[in-house]
Design a protein around this ligand. Structure first.
Ligand SMILES: Nc1ncnc2c1ncn2[C@@H]1O[C@H](COP(=O)(O)OP(=O)(O)OP(=O)(O)O)[C@@H](O)[C@H]1O
Ligand SMILES: [Mg+2]
Length: 579
């Protein structure tokens, strides 16, 4: 239960609504309890009349009782409505708060967190787990308070009528609560399995649809169908098992309520004959028993819901209590210099234990262009991530104009860098929105200009909807080269002080590359620029090039210097110029 303590701050935030909700529950229950007394009085009145008829007003009195009962029912209904309007609405508001809190936390956590956790898991926390917690805040809390209030009111009334009868009538109820608890725990466990199977079906479908091109070209449809079929079969098996357990639920409740009712009539009858209670009391008791039965049944249900919510909250807390590994240590505004220096930088990825960089040192002068050259896996992107502080270094020192990277305001640092990633990820939305991603304002002219500089304007204009063409998951499929150039336009629109191009011209042909590099030279004239590539032609404007091999800096210099001496760079230069 202690995991749920986290939610107390939300109860405090909505304390007024909560108190109002509790008040409505109490009032609704008071109106629920009166009709039982009216039934007893009416019945006794009728029985008295049968024994010694009074003239006249029998039917009038009965109509009055009837009206009172209906009136109470209406008032009870009204307050039940208010109760739901307060407590359930509060639970929805808290759900909203929690979801936002988790989402915000997710965004703060470092990239390593995303490498360590499955996306499906993160999604489940924010959807299913939050839903279970909401069930605790809303219905569970409502029923729990309702049970307490109703028990207090009903049992006080019952005891006032007859202690013996109360004892007999209440006797089967704990058995009811315990059995319901076991049955509903079983139902919950089984429905969790059903849910897990459903997730599997979802991910199978998702993977199939994403990879449909490969499936078709390998004519692998039958295999996919078989996997899907097996998963669905398992789902049906689990679902049927769940239905079988659920089928026990209602008969169990009805049997136990029946038992209580029979006991009421039998023991009550004996009490009437002994003259200790009236016949009307039996009717009153039957109403009480029926009033208590469902709440008692829901004790078991509520308990199992609380357990589930607690398990879910534990999973949520696991993430909420995580501290982002990369934190901002400086809230003051800091100026970001383009003089970047790497001193003896080493980095080993925690999860794979791969040493990506080994004592790398180099300097970039403000306004100059640095090329980073190396084979695949040599650590180029790792350097880019270190500069953006997406990763933190293990040892060594990175500084911007002599200020260590950790002393810079992280927000300022990242805002002043235009990073163009290797894969050119685009978000679902229009081309326009993707280019203007870095800013809230959409400046049409600037968007067109950025697209022009990235040499993609002509292609955008050829699309039917131009800049309003939807791209991303549910949009037009762009070629790899088009995606890369859109990502470049996105960085141009941001107009940062420092540019990092991570192998983002790899899918662009030689002519386009030349064109973009020419524009780049104009655009980045006075800006620190880092160009990462495994193609030597990309470095034509670089003031300095560093050559990496398996995380070690093996050579550096400008293009002429590097081809004048024997080495890896010259080797590749010769082989690439032959093509
Ligand atoms: N997030 C990560 N977690 C664990 N290991 C990683 C991660 N990213 C990269 N690595 C490993 O670190 C090494 C360097 O990777 P990096 O991405 O820096 O290479 P790269 O030079 O950019 O290669 P490419 O040209 O293929 O993009 C590789 O061996 C890679 O497997
Ligand atoms: Mg890379």
């Amino acid at each position: 239960m202690h995991h749920l303590k986290y939610l107390n701050k939300f109860f405090w935030k909505y304390k007024q609504t909560l108190c109002l909700g509790i008040a409505f529950i109490i009032v609704a229950n008071i109106f629920a309890i009166y009709p039982a007394e009216f039934v007893r009085e009416a019945l006794d009145y009728v029985l008295q009349n049968i024994e010694e008829p009074k003239t006249g007003n029998l039917s009038n009195t009965l109509v009055n009782y009837g009206l009172l009962i209906v009136g109470c029912a209406i008032l009870k209904g009204i307050f039940l409505y208010f109760m739901r309007q307060t407590i359930i609405v509060m639970s929805r508001k808290i759900e909203f708060d929690i979801k936002n809190e988790i989402f915000n936390k997710y965004q703060q956590l470092s990239i390593s967190f995303y490498n360590e956790n499955k996306i499906g898991d993160l999604m489940n926390r924010i959807t299913e787990d939050v839903t279970r917690v909401r069930m605790y805040i809303g219905p569970t809390l409502m029923y729990a308070i309702n049970i307490i209030v109703l028990f207090f009111l009903v049992i006080t009334q019952m005891l006032a009528v007859s202690k013996t009868l109360t004892a007999f009538v209440l006797f089967p109820l704990p058995i009811l609560a315990i059995s319901i608890y076991f049955v509903s725990s079983k139902i919950n466990r089984q429905s969790e399995q059903v849910q897990a199977q459903l997730s599997e079906i979802t991910s199978i479908s998702q993977e199939t649809f994403s990879g449909i091109q490969i499936i078709k070209s390998f004519t692998n449809e039958n295999n996919s169908l078989k996997v899907f079929f097996e998963s669905c079969k398992e789902y049906t098996r689990k679902q049927i098992k769940l239905v079988k357990i659920e089928a026990v639920f209602i008969p169990l409740i009805i049997t136990l309520i029946g038992l209580s009712t029979i006991l009421t009539i039998y023991v009550g009858g004996l009490e009437v004959f002994a003259g200790r209670i009236s016949a009307g009391n039996i009717a009153e008791f039957i109403i009480y028993v029926n009033m208590l039965a469902w709440p008692v049944a829901s004790i078991g249900w509520v308990t199992s819901l609380i357990q589930r919510a607690s398990a879910s909250q534990e999973r949520i807390n696991e993430f909420l209590n995580l501290e982002p590994r990369i934190r901002n240590f400086n809230n003051a505004q800091t100026l970001i210099s383009g003089d970047i220096s790497f001193k003896e930088i080493s980095l080993t990825y925690r999860d794979t234990k791969i040493k990506a960089l080994d004592k790398i040192s180099f300097d970039i002068k403000e306004g100059s262009t640095l090329g980073i050259f190396g084979k695949t896996g040599s650590g180029k992107s790792t350097i880019a991530n270190l500069i953006c502080r997406i990763l933190d270094l293990d040892s060594g020192n990175i500084s911007f104009g002599h200020i260590p990277i950790k002393k810079l305001n992280l927000n300022n640092l990242r805002s002043s860098i235009g990073y163009i990633p290797q894969d050119g990820y685009l978000f679902s939305g229009t081309i326009k929105e993707n280019i203007a991603f870095s800013k809230d304002v959409i400046d049409e002219n600037q968007i067109i200009l950025s697209a022009k500089k990235a040499d993609i304007l002509d292609e955008i204009n050829k699309f039917q909807d131009g800049f309003n063409t939807i791209v991303g998951e549910r949009g037009v499929q762009l070629s790899g080269g088009q995606r890369q150039r859109l990502a470049i336009a996105r960085a141009f629109y941001k107009n940062p002080d420092i540019y990092i191009f991570d192998d983002c011209l790899s899918a662009v042909d030689a002519n386009k590359e030349k064109e973009i590099l020419k524009n780049l030279q104009n655009e980045t004239k006075n800006k620190t620029t880092i160009i990462i590539s495994h193609r030597i032609s990309t470095f034509q404007n670089a003031d300095k090039i560093i050559v990496l091999n398996s995380g070690v800096l093996v050579d550096s210099g400008n293009h002429e210097e590097l081809i004048s001496r024997e080495g890896f760079y010259k080797e590749i230069h010769i082989s690439q110029s032959k093509k």
